[in-house]
Design a protein around this ligand. Sequence first.
Ligand code: SF4
Ligand code: SF4
Length: 478
Amino acid sequence: MNVPEGSGVDQEEDLKEVKRLRSGPRRPDLETLYCIDEDGSHHVIHPADVRGRFQRIKKAVWTILVVIYVALPWIRIGGHPAILIDIPRRHFFLFGHTFNAMDFWLAFFFLAGVGLTLILLSALYGRVWCGYACPQTVFLEGFYRRIERWIEGTAPQREKLARSPWTVRKILKKGGKHFAYLVLSLVLAHVFLSYFIPVRELGNVVTSSPAAHPAAFVFVMALTAVMMFNFAWFREQLCLIICPYGRLQSILSDPDTIVVGYDARRGEPRGRYNREGRGDCIDCYRCVAVCPTGIDIRFGLQLECIGCANCIDACDEVMDKLGQARGLIRNDSLNGFEGRRSRFWRPRVVAYFSLLALVFGGFVYATSKVEPIEARFVRLPGPAYVIEGGKIRNQFRLRLLVKEGGPRHVSIEPLSPEGAEFIFSQRDFDLPLLEYREVMTFVSLPRSSFRQGTAVEVWVRFGEERRTVRAPFVGPDD
Ligand code: SF4
Ligand code: SF4
């Protein structure tokens, strides 16, 4: 071994891991995915433990994100949950605003904003989203991997257990781990359900028979099954094989993008600790041992790198113990690694910022235009008009909804066309909050009074507020 005393790899478990990687059947290369064996089977990766400043930053970020994830459905703004997607009633509550199915077009701004933010982040800081904030990373590294570590031990112990024959001890360990995974997956699935069912009703849904709420039951079971499959077995394959975002990195980044990389100018020629003329890399393999996707970052930037910074912390620890400067592996741009200056503002960054500002502005403007009260005519299916006894009749549904404030008393008053006869299925009633009401409306006008361009107009009073609702009155051309 070319590992010096106090080099950061002098712990027994670390040494075992380094030996395994050096002498094991496979080493990372640039031609194959390390997580897939030659026969196509999953090559399970057991990343070694790592400590350091990026681990502390990630833990803090993950804690904040998980607290937000759990708390949002409980926080009430304007009498509603901060976020609730009420599918049966077709309402969506977002930080004090109420939207319904007719406001769905606003999702364009939201999705475009999320997409552009990710694109901008990728151009500036590579896969920072993947390493720090993606739910796959947060849940896998923050919860599932910890449970695994807690029950099965360090990476070499986990690897040994995986290779050992089935014994009572192995069954208990594997069974215990998967039981813990199952409980955690169920909890996370129920938290997700609270974004669709108000938390006040969730307790009742969870404790009553599945037959009483089949959709919620199937949703939670399906989500739990997906999480078990993903977090217990599939893991990094999701990032490497399925996730399209990772595939886009090569077009989203440029030589000025900050990525996790290895300073080959400083590290090469790598070699044994006591070798004359070596670079700063002592080829200890710690950076490979801690990588959750099993790559060797010293080959250069790779598709499989999720930017988790484990290798930075691992290498910094080695450098500290060798008394060498940190940063052999670090966050820097490809230009930076080549000794050139990196630019923050590049044409693509300016373009992404501008587009994002445009979309954000559009979202704020469009949201401000969403009315807290909805009142509109919807023409009934079938012919646009009927002629009967010398009169032209148009028929509508007057759709009414109060989204904010509280229940209102509604009254309807016809305005025009003059001389028309109006029949409403209801004219005075109480309208509860967030409950659609459709008032059948029949408007008859003597044929002699009809002119092209005639409009139907009514006043709808919602308590103190009044809305004028219009629709064209249609009739024959002659
Ligand atoms: S880059 Fe750092 S951690 Fe990786 S092998 Fe070289 S010295 Fe070890
Ligand atoms: S190469 Fe480093 S940053 Fe990239 S995935 Fe592996 S450990 Fe994380």
